[in-house]
Design a protein around this ligand. Structure first.
Ligand code: GDP
Ligand code: MG
Length: 182
């Protein structure tokens, strides 16, 4: 049995905590705190992740994947490098309702570029039901200008089917033999 570690990152509100809870077979460990600021685009959101989220997924062959969510806010970016240590790959969630999602994409790909170079990345664009622009084609164009071609999907972090597909795409790009239990 092998054990792997995957990292979920992306801006606050992108669905990291939700995606980890959706996938995890154990109750997730969350470190939420009351948000001290009001973000008009996320009025529903009263807590933010200050530390990290943790969940666990078992694969068909009994391998275990430990899921870690990074804090979304830049003031916690000192933790990003610690969290990626020994990680197998990165799942980047982008919130399509934010002001400039393509800039968020660039920002996070840049922030994690050393890690991505050594491993792999899969991208999930969330909240597309609320805001359908930019479209996936716009993301593809942006990725082409950055010279990379990672798997990218429209995902709802609350949907097990969506998040499993994203996870499976990342695992497949690392090792076609790794399969998510369904
Ligand atoms: N409408 C909609 N809501 C979503 C989607 N993905 C996640 N959410 C919601 O967005 C909110 C923020 O998610 P959360 O997991 O706390 O984001 P985090 O800050 O990245 O951990 C939660 O209320 C989720 O249920 C989506 O695709 N569509
Ligand atoms: Mg969170």
């Amino acid at each position: 049995m092998s054990q792997y570690k995957l990292i979920f990152t992306g801006p606050t509100g992108a669905g990291k905590t939700t995606a980890i809870a959706t996938l995890s077979e154990i109750p997730v460990v969350k470190t939420e705190a009351k948000s001290s600021y009001r973000n008009p685009r996320h009025e529903h959101k009263e807590t933010i992740t200050v530390g990290l989220d943790y969940g666990l997924v078992k694969l068909k062959n009994n391998d275990k994947i430990h899921l870690y969510g990074t804090p979304g806010q830049e003031r916690f970016d000192f933790m990003w490098e610690i969290l990626t240590e020994g990680g197998l790959g990165l799942i980047l969630l982008i919130d399509n309702t934010r002001v400039a999602p393509l800039e968020d994409l660039q920002f996070f790909l840049k922030a994690f570029d050393d890690f991505i170079k050594e491993t792999s990345v899969a991208i999930g664009v969330t909240r597309m039901d609320l805001n359908h622009k930019p479209a996936l084609a716009d993301y593809h164009r942006e990725l082409r200008t950055l010279g990379i071609n990672p798997p990218i999907f429209d995902v709802d972090a609350r949907s097990k089917k969506d998040v499993s597909l994203l996870l499976q795409a990342l695992l497949y790009s690392l090792d076609p033999n790794l399969k998510v239990e369904r």
